[in-house]
Design a protein. Structure first.
Length: 64
């Protein structure tokens, strides 16, 4: 898809809307439960620290 990397991450439902409104590279996850899942479009605009934070949170949420 255009040479970009897309990562799906699980988030707390209350945090999903906050992320989507704050970062234009975070969108509802395609073919996933949009209440819990977001897609990070990894490109030059994406902040590395938020990607790492969301990956760690997603990992913890999916272990439950």
């Amino acid at each position: 898809m255009g040479g970009k990397l897309y990562l799906n991450v699980k988030t707390e439902p209350s945090y999903s809307d906050i992320l989507r409104n704050a970062y234009n590279y975070i969108i509802p996850a395609y073919h996933m439960n949009k209440e819990h899942w977001n897609t990070i479009i990894v490109d030059e605009k994406a902040d590395e620290w938020i990607i790492k934070e969301l990956l760690e949170q997603s990992y913890e949420l999916t272990k439950k």
